[in-house]
Ligand binder design. Structure first.
Ligand code: SAM
Length: 227
């Protein structure tokens, strides 16, 4: 197969990317079609759809797989079959994401502006298909070990990081992106409580450092301590 395009996204690194699309709607991405697929004729009519399926390659995962994987949803301990999971470590390394289409720009080549993608910058995309809600939406469906969206953590910002955001032209959208990404708790699945360790996620051109701090007796919040 030949990729039809490549993703430019707010996520320079795999670490920290939400585990499914739509969880961080503030995340902007652009699918840039590559020759010979960058023909505006190939996307004629696509602008009438609000959501798209993207088929892509988990190009940053090693090309090896095992029959059993440990989904983060199960705390990283219990194992399920690779085909019962959305793991990136799978035969053929194929990914499938439903994303919102914001705009199609055909001024120079073809660029599709997207919201909510869960894809690292540079991801090769193999195909695009319009989403058909009447055929593909089943709210009553059983969703096994992932029956609902993951719970979200509260997130706050230190005064210094607020000041950094205030100086940037994209400060508001960046604050929202950081909030939505950290709300998913990007730490390893077995880390659930408060801890003194500082973690980092890269978003846009920044390294965002955060810590898990106690928030009452048995809950935590994530605090952005450095940007
Ligand atoms: N929605 C897709 C699916 O179900 O096939 C992806 C699900 S996968 C669990 C989501 C994770 O893939 C993200 O959290 C990110 O860390 C990782 N990821 C995104 N783009 C990738 C890439 N190009 N190569 C390897 N891993 C990637």
């Amino acid at each position: 197969m030949t990729p039809i395009g490549v993703i430019e996204s707010d996520y320079p690194d795999k670490f920290g990317i939400p585990r499914q699309p739509g969880l961080a709607t503030a995340a902007r991405a652009c699918l840039v079609l590559t020759p010979p697929f960058d023909d505006p004729l190939a996307v004629r009519g696509l602008e009438t759809f609000s959501h798209l399926w993207l088929t892509f390659v988990f190009h940053q995962s090693p090309p090896r797989w095992t029959p059993l994987v440990r989904p983060p949803r199960l705390g990283g301990n219990a194992k399920v079959g690779v085909f019962a999971s959305r793991s990136t470590h799978r035969p053929n390394r194929l990914g499938l994401s439903l994303v919102e289409l914001l705009e199609i720009d055909t001024r120079r080549g073809v660029r599709l502006r997207l919201s909510g993608a869960d894809l690292v910058h540079g991801t090769p995309v193999l195909d695009i298909k319009p989403y058909l809600p009447w055929a593909e939406s089943h709210p009553e469906a059983r969703a096994g070990f992932a029956p609902a969206a993951p719970s979200r953590l509260p997130v706050d910002f230190s005064p210094a990081t607020e000041a950094t955001l205030a100086e940037r032209p994209d400060g508001d959208s960046l604050r929202e992106l950081i909030r939505q990404v950290l709300a998913q708790d990007p730490r390893p699945a077995y880390r659930t409580g408060a801890e003194s360790r500082t973690y980092g996620v890269r978003l846009r051109d920044l390294d965002v450092r955060f810590r898990a701090v106690a928030d009452g007796a048995d809950s935590i919040r994530l605090r952005v301590v450095e940007i």
